[in-house]
Design a binder for this molecule. Structure first.
Ligand code: ZN
Length: 236
C-alpha cells in the first residue's frame, strides 16, 4: 500500500444509522399526520372565538415541530453501495509473503510498513471506498509507529466496524490477485476462508481469483504483486 502522511480524516460522510425509520419517510409521514390533524381540528371546531384560538395555537405548534424537509435523500438511505480497491507491493528477498493473512512460501515477500498484505489492504480500500471514506493510508498513516509490522487484520477489523457503524453489511466481494509466482491455487481456499472469517461473512459471498502478468513488467517478473477488489455493501 502506498501509505501517505496525510493527516487523519475523522469526518464520516455517512451519518450513523439509528434503528428508527428512514428520516425522509418519517418526515413525510409526520407531515401527513400534521395535515390530517389540522384538517380534522378545523372541520370539527365550531365557529366560536375561544375555540378558534385553540385551533390556531395547536396548528402553529405542529408546524414549528416539523423537521425541515430536504429534496435529496440522505446518503445512508442508499440500499447498496459499491467500492473498488487496488493495491500493489514491491517484492523483495528476505520478507515473508502474506496474502489474506496466510503465510505463502516464496523466495521473497512484501517490503512494507505493516505486514504488506496486498489483498487485505485492497479489501480495506474497497470497503472504505464504498462508504465514501478516505483511503487506508489516511486512516492508518505510515508515519504512525503503531502500525509498524502490524498484522493487516487490524485494518480489516476497523473497516468492518466502520461498515456496521454506517448501517451496512457485506453483500459480496470479488478480488483478483496478480502475481507471476508462486502458484496460488494450492492456497486459494485457505486465503478465502480466512478473508471470509475476518469479514464476518459467509465464504459463498467472498470470491478470489488469481492471474499471472504474462511475464511482463514488474508484476510478470516476480518483482511486485497487485490486487483489485470490488465490494457490494447492502443496507442492514
Ligand atoms: Zn498495501
Amino acid at each position: 500500500m502506498a501509505m501517505t502522511t496525510t493527516p487523519l480524516y475523522f469526518a464520516s460522510p455517512i451519518p450513523k444509522q439509528s434503528n428508527s425509520t428512514n428520516p425522509h419517510t418519517f418526515s413525510s409521514l409526520s407531515s401527513r399526520i400534521s395535515i390530517a390533524k389540522r384538517s380534522s381540528l378545523s372541520v370539527r371546531s365550531p365557529p366560536q372565538p375561544a375555540a378558534a384560538v385553540v385551533v390556531a395555537e395547536t396548528a402553529s405548534a405542529v408546524v414549528e415541530a416539523e423537521p425541515k424537509k430536504t429534496d435529496a435523500s440522505p446518503p445512508n438511505s442508499l440500499p447498496f453501495r459499491v467500492g473498488h480497491g487496488f493495491d500493489l507491493h514491491r517484492l523483495e528477498p528476505g520478507y515473508p509473503l502474506i496474502i489474506g493473512g496466510i503465510d505463502i512460501p516464496h523466495d521473497r515477500g512484501c517490503e512494507a510498513h505493516s505486514d504488506g498484505d496486498v489483498l487485505l489492504h485492497c479489501v480495506v480500500d474497497a470497503i472504505l471506498g464504498a462508504l465514501g471514506l478516505p483511503d487506508i493510508g489516511q486512516i492508518f498513516p505510515d508515519s504512525d509507529p503503531k502500525w509498524k509490522g502490524a498484522a493487516s487484520s487490524v485494518f480489516i477489523e476497523e473497516a468492518v466496524r466502520l461498515m456496521h457503524e454506517a448501517g451496512y453489511e457485506l453483500g459480496n466481494l470479488d478480488a483478483t490477485l496478480i502475481l507471476q509466482r508462486p502458484k496460488l491455487s494450492p492456497h486459494k481456499e485457505a486465503i478465502r476462508a480466512n478473508l471470509s472469517k475476518l469479514l464476518g461473512a459467509d465464504s459463498s459471498v467472498v470470491n478470489l481469483k488469481a492471474k499471472t502478468h504474462e511475464k511482463v513488467d514488474s508484476l510478470g517478473e516476480n518483482r511486485s504483486i497487485a490486487a483489485h477488489t470490488v465490494v457490494l455493501l447492502m443496507r442492514k
